[in-house]
Write a protein that binds this ligand. Structure first.
Ligand code: PHE
Length: 454
């Protein structure tokens, strides 16, 4: 590793800004949509437990490496990994794979984000008309053609517009102050869901693990979710690391981000599963779980229609923070490497994401629902390829680079920044980076291939 001069680079304006922006990337549809839906389709608590372990043992160490490398190199992800190990430029493949992951993720993410924006509109219309959105209305939206594509396009135009405006202004302003509101609203949902008759089965579903539900595939999904959730394994957090000011303490920042993010996911789970059981629904409801359940929960409350609207507005905002960080990966690269102007880079990236995104959206509609690749629809394929293949493999490579190939002294210097002395946790974190994280990723990848274990 070699430090780069950083005087010309835009950095987050404050420590709090760095935290909120990182949290802003982490918190998104992953918490509110994906965590509940994957938990439901992977059998509940055993998945949750594996997921929590994956966040702590793998996610936090990999985030630390990404921030260390990003801040040290002060470059976009491709160039950072090209230069981080002297004479081994091929690690830039991490950055390239990250660009591919960003586009793949956005292809289905913008579809789901479009549903969220559509639900802001639909729940407002329903509230005015004094009715509740029925679960079937989600099916009608998701399997449509023009309607979901129009929402998807709207989402992309909005997010690329924010990106075109620049790093600190664009990202920090959007994410600051709104997460606490989302947190508060989820708490309201939880209280309502947990006091519904029959809700305790949902709590048991989330927290009483049945270890016989574990398999290589479940382990890999949990690991993939940990990467997806914390925006790891693809250079997003490396890029964000390159905007971190020196006074930010990398380890506590990563730990706080992981805690806040996990808390939001668990709160979402605690709203959804108790309600699913109370209303006699099925936990394995698939991608529509969130959209079918939330309006029902709120319909049992005074001012429920209004709360539903606010809920979807806040989710939409959380989603923007995450999407901004996804688009930022290719944009940072195009701007710094391709010397393209920022708005042009944002437009090009948005266009590529839209082109692929349309295939994900149409794969839910009769137009493309018959087309399967490797037995999966385009939507599921992009999701699987990114979360269960590219991110874990990218994370493994990042952990190997951080733990084995860059100078330990320089790595430790980054961890020490922001402290007067040497913090106590440095060595422990380094051991996780070097042994625990890569070891676990490798074990899970092997077990999902059926080579070993459950
Ligand atoms: N972490 C985001 C979420 O959970 C998604 C994301 C993945 C963002 C990868 C950036 C990079 O919604």
């Amino acid at each position: 590793m070699a430090p780069q001069p950083n005087d010309t680079r835009d950095t987050f304006a404050s420590t709090l800004g760095a935290f909120t922006a990182t949290v802003g990337s982490a918190i998104g549809l992953g918490n509110i949509w994906k965590f509940p839906y994957l938990t439901g389709s992977n059998g509940g608590a055993a998945f949750v437990l594996t997921y929590l372990l994956a966040v702590a043992l793998v996610g936090v160490p990999v985030m630390v490496v990404e921030h260390v490398i990003g801040r040290r190199m002060r470059l976009d992800a491709v160039r950072a990994y090209r230069k981080v190990v002297p004479h081994q430029p091929y690690w830039q493949v991490i950055g390239w794979a990250g660009l591919a992951s960003a586009v793949l993720i956005m292809a289905f993410y913008t579809d789901v984000a479009g549903w969220v924006f559509a639900y802001v509109w639909k729940s407002a219309a329903a509230a005015v008309a004094g009715r509740t959105l029925a679960p079937q209305e989600f099916g009608a939206l998701a399997s449509g053609t023009v309607e979901p594509i129009a929402w998807q396009l709207g989402v992309l135009v909005l997010t690329t517009g924010i990106i075109a405006a620049g790093v600190s202004q664009g990202i920090e302003k959007v994410t600051k102050a709104l997460m606490p509101l989302l947190f508060a609203l989820l708490l309201v949902c939880d209280v309502r869901a947990l006091t519904l008759p029959g809700s305790t089965a949902g709590v048991a579903y989330l927290f009483r693990p049945d270890l016989s539900k574990l398999s290589g595939a479940v382990l890999l999904s949990a690991l993939g979710l940990a990467f997806f959730k914390l925006s790891l394994g693809m250079g997003t957090m490396t890029t964000y690391g390159s905007y971190l000011p020196d006074r930010v303490r990398i380890v506590p920042n990563a730990a706080r981000v992981a805690l806040a993010d996990t808390a939001i996911s668990l709160l979402a789970g605690l709203a959804i599963f108790p309600a699913v059981f109370a209303f006699g629904g099925t936990p394995a409801g698939g991608p529509g779980l969130l959209f079918a359940t939330i309006p029902l929960i709120f319909s049992k409350m005074p001012l429920g229609g209004l709360f539903t609207v606010v809920f979807f507005v806040l989710t939409a905002i959380a989603t923007i923070g995450a999407m901004v960080s996804l688009i930022e990966v290719p944009v940072a690269f195009l701007v710094e490497k391709g010397h393209v102007r920022r708005p042009v880079a944002a437009a090009l990236t948005g266009a590529a994401m839209f082109a692929l995104g349309v295939t994900a959206t149409l794969s839910q509609s009769p137009v493309l629902s018959g087309v399967k690749l490797f037995g999966k629809s385009f939507f599921d394929l992009y999701d699987f390829l990114s979360s269960n293949v590219l991110l874990p493999v990218g994370g493994l490579a990042i952990a190997v680079v951080g733990g084995w190939l860059v100078s330990r002294t320089e790595f430790m210097q980054e961890l020490d920044k922001g402290y007067a002395g040497v913090p106590w946790h440095g060595r422990a974190v380094y051991a996780f980076v070097r042994y625990v994280a890569p070891g676990l990723i490798l074990l899970i990848l092997l077990s999902s291939l059926g080579a070993i274990g459950p």
